[in-house]
Design a protein around this ligand. Structure first.
Ligand SMILES: [Ca+2]
Ligand SMILES: [Ca+2]
Length: 401
């Protein structure tokens, strides 16, 4: 019944709103600093980085942004360093289809820190992958979320033979299936196991090129030519393809749309709220960090009628139109508009506090880091004697990864 009344109210309002002119757009936080990236054809493209002792630490963290252009082949590599004793950031191992960090010793696979789902979950958009190796544990992370921890007793990493490092291929192994198909950007190598706090704070950002422990940082921002420069102090510059000039195994430069920060992660209030039957005007607030990976955001309402039911609304377009006994602050006809399908019962003080579960949103309306959304609370208010419902004021929330 609630939903029918709600839907009817919106249907009527949408018709009347069509005559009220342009909605005010909300600017989305623009990704910054991604520059260019490299696209690999999955056939022979790769970047080769000459062997250097700085690429052969006893512990490490390796990270990269990758866009998987379709399901990858058997043992397709994002990065490989070594042959008999080797470390890998890979899309698959023996057809398990799992993104993972892995380590070989004496040509045997001795450690895998794997993702929890198949890599087909990541096709066609950018994701960030991290492998961590410490002397007694390894980890794998996706988009700032830890996916696995593997305790081990292998001690320090070893590197044999002392080969080049390859991005987008499994070289020196010459197997066709190891070539990556898709885009790669912002590959970074650290000579120590980065902590969870360090990974969560920086995976979506550029970091200073002289950060302690950063032994390679390939931004792929040249945009042309045959060199993929390392901006770290180690200067582990890579070469596109098999020769230093143009050749068919060069990956292709592209403008990158990796959602690299910096992001502003904040809230701004807008729109009006009119008094309801409680005598107050309802107000929406938020607590927590507005970080998707921290998952600690709450939406709060105060000043609403006790015991009544309501819903949180969110949308892309900020407006202010008379609606019910108050104002509608999100356009239901311009841009995206959603209801969070979790009715809230207002407490005896006319308040509610709902954790914002990013995994329980409408399928068509996911909230990603770096995006901007407007939020408002709609609630029943028959005691006011008007239309039977009213709304809070609104917040524009800028979300961080
Ligand atoms: Ca880049
Ligand atoms: Ca070349």
């Amino acid at each position: 019944m609630l939903f029918h009344r709600f839907a009817r109210a919106f249907a009527l309002t949408a018709a009347s709103l069509a005559f009220q002119g342009l909605a005010q757009p909300v600017l989305h936080a623009a990704p910054q600093g991604a520059g260019h990236c490299l696209a690999f054809d999955g056939f022979d493209d790769f970047v080769g980085v000459p062997r250097s002792i700085s690429l052969e630490p006893g512990e490490l963290t390796v990270e990269a942004w990758a866009w998987l252009d379709g399901q990858q082949d058997w043992n397709t590599r994002i990065l490989r360093k070594g042959l008999d004793d080797a470390y890998f950031l890979t899309c698959d191992q023996d057809l398990d289809r799992r993104m993972q960090f892995m380590f070989n010793r004496q040509h045997s696979l001795v450690l895998q820190a794997k993702d929890t789902q198949q890599h087909t979950a990541y096709l066609g958009t950018w994701h960030h992958f991290v492998g961590v190796y410490g002397t007694d544990r390894a980890e794998f992370w996706v988009d700032g979320v830890q996916k696995s921890v593997v305790n081990h007793s292998l001690g320090a990493l070893t590197h044999l033979p002392l080969t080049d490092l390859c991005i987008g291929a499994g070289l020196p192994v010459q197997l066709q299936n190891e070539y990556f198909r898709g885009r790669i950007d912002e590959v970074r190598l650290w000579n120590y196991p980065r902590s969870a706090a360090e990974i969560q704070a920086s995976w979506f950002l550029r970091v200073p090129d002289d950060s302690p422990g950063l032994v390679a940082a390939w931004h792929f921002d040249e945009g042309a030519g045959n060199v993929a420069g390392d901006s770290s102090t180690s200067a582990n510059h890579g070469q596109l393809g098999v020769t230093s000039g143009p050749d068919p195994s060069d990956p292709t430069w592209m403008v990158s749309d990796v959602p690299l920060g910096p992001y502003t992660c904040d809230a701004a209030r807008y729109c009006a709220s009119l008094p309801n039957s409680s005598g107050q005007a309802a107000r929406i607030d938020t607590t927590g960090s507005l970080s998707i990976s921290a998952a600690d955001t709450h939406l709060l309402v105060s000043g609403a009628p006790a015991g009544k039911v309501g819903l949180f609304l969110y949308g892309s377009t900020a407006v202010q139109y008379p609606f019910g006994d108050g104002y509608l602050c999100l356009s239901p006809i311009s841009g995206a508009f959603f209801r969070i399908p979790s009715p809230q019962i207002l407490d005896a003080g006319g308040a509610c506090d709902m954790p914002l579960d990013f995994n329980a949103l409408p399928a068509a309306g996911p909230i990603h880091g770096g995006s901007t959304w407007n939020f408002q609370f709609w609630f029943r208010d028959p005691a006011a004697g008007g239309s039977g419902f009213n709304l809070s004021d609104a917040l524009t929330l800028n979300f961080c990864p």
